[in-house]
Design a protein around this ligand. Sequence first.
Ligand SMILES: Nc1ncnc2c1ncn2[C@@H]1O[C@H](COP(=O)(O)OP(=O)(O)OP(=O)(O)O)[C@@H](O)[C@H]1O
Ligand SMILES: [Mg+2]
Ligand SMILES: [Zn+2]
Length: 510
Amino acid sequence: MLALVKSLTLAGMEAAKIQVEVDVSSGLPSFDLVGLPDTAVRESKERVRTAIKNSGFEFPAKRITVNLAPADLKKEGPGFDLPIAVGILACTGQLNSDLWQDCFFIGELSLKGDLRSIPGALSMAWHLAQSNRGEQLIVPIDNGHEAGLIKNAKIVAVSDLRELVSFLNGELTIEPLTVNPEDFFLRAKPNGAEFDMIRGQGGVKRGLEIAAAGGHNVLLMGPPGAGKTLLARSLTSILPPLGLQEALEVSRIYSVAGLLTREHPLIVERPFRTPHHTASTASVIGGGRTPKPGELSLATHGILFLDELLEFRRDVLEALRQPLEDRRITVTRVQASYDYPADFMLVATANPCPCGYYGDRERECNCTPYQIQKYRNKLSGPLLDRIDLQMEVPRLSLEELQAEDNGEDAQAVRERVTVARRRQTERLRSHGLYCNAQIKGPMVQEFCPVNEEGTKLLHRAFAQLGLSMRAHHRLIKIARTIADLEGSELITGSHIAEALQYRFLDRQTI
Ligand SMILES: Nc1ncnc2c1ncn2[C@@H]1O[C@H](COP(=O)(O)OP(=O)(O)OP(=O)(O)O)[C@@H](O)[C@H]1O
Ligand SMILES: [Mg+2]
Ligand SMILES: [Zn+2]
């Protein structure tokens, strides 16, 4: 007898429908699996056999053939355990209703018959909801909450094979799971402690406020101990809250990476990812044997923090260029190439020179101009061009550090940032964008009107600094954010002038 069981798999971020064909016929006992399975899928046979027996069902001593269609799509991971088991139970008359034919099944089986979660359940539920034909998606209990976030998807979460069979046989009712995403936002509470303990550094804090409001990239450059790491980390306390749509987009990436849990099925705070400079290229960029989103993608709608930027490997720095422009990253594998979102705000720190003290007011730098040049070349022009705000972080004197001047508290700044971000999201809504940093080349003119005085200033600076077209657009976008913080629709000369201050490395000559 032949059973056709519906299932889903992941291809990059997207889910695709898979038909699991299970044939059980008389002949010498065997168990074959075909249709481009990877190792984890091939190992499925042992898990399915043992799980069926240990759940108290009969495993047929017959010829079993399983085909995963379409054959040209690579099948990865252990998620086919469940549909294969259902197919075998259906073929051997152990399911006594046709309900299974209207369901999609995903999940890994333990040897005991328990269902284990798999990556990408949210993406799969999303996919099914799109074609909405009323089919139910049967998922392992630990995937239930993430899948249940998707409206219009009928999610049935089960904990083991025995429970599933009772459900499919009509002996047990399980209500479809719906999860209200709003409930999880109550948990998100910003913490301003780090920002509030910063003394002085008013100029840098203002720059961080602009960056937080518009989602712009930041480079903090300064001598050791100047507070670069502290300032960068404090950014999380002034970021605008994550919106529901953004939260779903981020959570989908975490789902594909297998990072969502039953307790935290929805990411409700902006991600702050901090890969170390010794991290492998695959873990930062994405990919690997079973392709997974990397740190760049996990930082979407949040911050990718690269502390000591120049210590990172050159190939990692080079690989940043595409996502900094396109806000996506393409990971090419032998079998296929996958596109992952990589829509992050880059926050990086660096010392100004190899010894760290170039430009310091007290300690002398003992690097040669050649050494400095070589060091900075690593920050190649194209990468530097993509960093919107370049700021110098001076080392504070002892008096400054002891002065009781911590400036405005995080909450006041965050409120201003949130209002400015809301203006941007409103303005960019028709394009599906959230912040000024996402504005692409041709849209700059439409969304960033500059008055006459501002235009004159821009022309002059352009000629003097020899800015590239890309840097020019980025400058206008920063000015857009400065205007938004002020509540002004039009970008004026003063907004442009302030934006120009944040191109510190363009101005500096060694
Ligand atoms: N403006 C400041 N207000 C309060 N504390 C500060 C300030 N600047 C630096 N510090 C403190 O000084 C110490 C060093 O700061 P931090 O690690 O951020 O420096 P850094 O610039 O990242 O140095 P390095 O280049 O060595 O990594 C930290 O303990 C930090 O809390
Ligand atoms: Mg540091
Ligand atoms: Zn030096």
